[in-house]
Design a protein around this ligand. Structure first.
Ligand code: ARG
Length: 458
C-alpha cells in the first residue's frame, strides 16, 4: 500500500492502482527528480528548515538511489504510483525517518513540473545538436556535389535547372528555423517552478533564487498556480517537433522518389536500406519511408497534449499525467529520426550522369528563352506565348531546344539571333545571380555562410 493512503480505509483496487500508476514510463525522470531533490534538500538546510546533517544524509541516500537505478538494481513498484513516490519511499527505507523531511515545503505538483522542465530542457539541447549534425551532413553532401545540376521541380514537373547544392541548402534553411524554434522554446522552458507547492506557494521561508541557481534555471516562475498547471512548454516542443518532422518528411519523400528507378538521381547506402522478403532485386528506402510515417505519430502527440489541456481547470489535475508518454515518444522519435537521417544523408551517393541527363530533357530552358526575348524587347506575356509554341514544335519534332536550328527559332520570332544558341544549362544557372538564387557563385557564398553558421555550434 502506498504511504499516501493515510486517510483511506481500504487498499486501492488493483485495476485502479495500475490504471493510475505512471512508473512504467515516468521512471526515466529519475536523474531530474534526484537533481531537483538534492537542490531542494540543500536549500532547506541553508534556510535552517532542516539541519545540515539531515540534508547530508538525504543527499547521500539520493545519490546511492541514483546508482541503484543506473545499475538496474532498483525495484520500481507500481503501487507507489510514480517516480517521485518510488524514490521517496526508497529513501526512507534506506536512511530512515529523516528521509521523510525531504518533502518539506514541496508538493508532487511542483516536483513533477520541475522534472518535466528539466527533462524538456535536456531534450531541447539534444534536439538542437542533432539538428546541427544533420545540417552538417547536408552541407557536406552539397559541398561534395557542388557542380551537380538537377531539374528543379514545380508541381513535380521539371521546371528550371538548379544546383543540387541549392536544393540541399533549402533544407539547411528549414532546419535552421527549426533550431530557432527549439531555442525559443528553451527560453520559456527555463523557468523554475519549484517553490510553488501544491498550488499556492509554501508556508516556509524558502529561497527560490538559490534553487534556480543550483538547477541552472534562467528565471523563477512568477505565479505558483500557473507554475503547477501549465504544460505549454511541452506543447511548444511538440509543435516545433511537428514542424521539424514535417520538414524531414518532405526530405524523406524526395529520397524515396529520387532513389526510384524512375528518377534514379541518388542511391541510398546499403546500411540505410533494406531488402524485400520476396523480390530479390529490391533495395527499399525504408528509413526514409519510416520517417515519413512517423510524422503521423508526432502530429498525434501534439494533438493529444493540446486536447488533454484544453478543458482542465486550474491548478494541477491528474489529467496532466498524460503529458508524459506523448512527450517522451515525440522526443525519442524525433531524436532517432534526426540521428538516422544524418547517417543516411552523409552516405548518400549522387548520380550526376542521371541528373545531368534529366536536365537536358523537359525543356527546362524555356523560361530562359522567354527572358531572352524580353531582353530583345518582347513583352513577357507574348514571349511566353512564342516559347510555348516553340516548345510544342520541338516536342513534335522530338528534338531538344539545343537541337533546333536558328532558322527554326526564327519561324517563331524574328527577335531570335545567333546568340540564342548560347543559352545553356550553365548560362541559365549563372543568370540567376540574385541573392538567394541558384547561380553557382551565389550558392558558393551560401555554402560559406552555412559553414559559418555551423561553426557557431549548436
Ligand atoms: N505522477 C503525477 C503526474 O505525472 C505526479 C503529480 C502527482 N500529483 C498529485 N497531486 N497526484 O502528474
Amino acid at each position: 500500500m502506498s504511504h499516501i493512503r493515510g486517510r483511506f480505509e481500504k487498499d486501492a483496487d488493483k485495476r485502479a492502482e495500475s490504471y493510475t500508476a505512471s512508473i512504467r514510463y515516468d521512471w526515466c525522470l529519475y536523474p531530474h527528480d534526484i537533481a531537483g531533490s538534492i537542490a531542494h534538500a540543500r536549500m532547506l538546510a541553508r534556510q535552517g528548515i532542516i539541519s545540515k546533517q539531515d540534508a547530508d544524509t538525504i543527499i547521500g541516500g539520493l545519490n546511492s538511489i541514483k546508482e541503484e537505478i543506473e545499475q538496474g538494481d532498483f525495484d520500481f513498484k507500481p503501487e507507489l504510483e510514480d517516480i517521485h513516490m518510488n524514490i521517496e519511499a526508497r529513501l526512507i527505507e534506506k536512511v530512515g525517518e529523516v528521509g521523510g523531511k525531504l518533502h518539506t515545503a514541496r508538493s508532487r505538483n511542483d516536483q513533477v513540473a520541475l522534472d518535466m522542465r528539466l527533462f524538456a530542457r535536456e531534450a531541447i539541447s539534444q534536439t538542437v545538436s542533432a539538428l546541427h549534425t544533420l545540417q552538417q551532413a547536408l552541407v557536406t553532401l552539397a559541398e561534395s556535389n557542388v557542380e551537380v545540376v538537377i531539374p528543379g521541380y514545380t508541381h513535380l514537373q521539371r521546371a528550371q535547372p538548379v544546383l543540387l547544392a541549392h536544393h540541399l541548402l533549402a533544407y539547411f534553411e528549414m532546419l535552421e528555423r527549426d533550431i530557432e524554434r527549439f531555442k525559443c522554446c528553451r527560453q520559456r522552458t527555463d523557468v523554475l517552478p519549484l517553490g510553488s507547492g501544491a498550488l499556492a506557494g509554501v508556508a516556509h521561508n524558502i529561497d527560490r533564487e538559490f534553487l534556480a541557481k543550483e538547477l541552472g534555471f534562467d528565471q523563477v516562475s512568477r505565479n505558483s498556480i500557473d507554475a503547477v498547471s501549465d504544460r505549454d512548454f511541452l506543447i511548444e516542443y511538440q509543435s516545433a517537433a511537428s514542424i521539424c518532422i514535417m520538414h524531414l518528411s518532405r526530405l524523406a519523400e524526395e529520397i524515396v522518389l529520387w532513389s526510384s528507378a524512375e528518377f534514379d538521381f541518388i542511391e541510398v547506402d546499403d546500411a540505410y536500406a533494406t531488402g524485400s522478403s520476396i523480390m530479390p532485386q529490391k533495395k527499399n528506402p525504408d528509413v526514409a519511408e519510416l520517417a515519413r510515417g512517423k510524422t503521423g505519430r508526432i502530429y498525434g502527440n501534439l494533438m493529444s497534449l493540446l486536447t488533454m489541456m484544453k478543458g482542465i481547470p486550474l491548478a494541477y489535475v491528474r489529467d496532466m499525467q498524460e503529458d508524459k508518454e506523448a512527450f517522451f515518444d515525440t522526443v525519442d522519435t524525433l531524436l532517432a529520426t534526426l540521428e538516422v537521417f544524418a547517417g543516411m544523408i552523409s552516405t548518400l551517393r549522387v548520380k550526376p550522369e542521371n541528373t545531368g541527363r534529366a536536365v537536358q530533357h523537359g525543356y527546362l530552358l524555356a523560361t530562359d528563352l522567354a527572358d531572352y526575348l524580353v531582353k530583345k524587347g518582347e513583352p513577357f506575356r507574348s514571349a511566353h506565348d512564342i516559347v510555348a509554341r516553340l516548345v510544342s514544335y520541338a516536342a513534335r519534332q522530338e528534338k531538344a531546344l539545343n537541337e533546333l536550328k536558328l532558322s527554326e527559332y526564327r519561324e517563331f520570332s524574328p527577335r531570335f539571333d545567333e546568340d540564342v544558341l548560347a543559352i545553356t544549362v550553365e548560362s541559365s544557372l549563372a543568370a540567376r545571380d540574385n541573392f538567394g538564387g541558384t547561380a553557382p557563385k551565389r550558392v558558393e557564398q551560401a555554402l560559406t555562410e552555412a559553414r559559418k553558421t555551423l561553426r557557431g555550434g549548436p
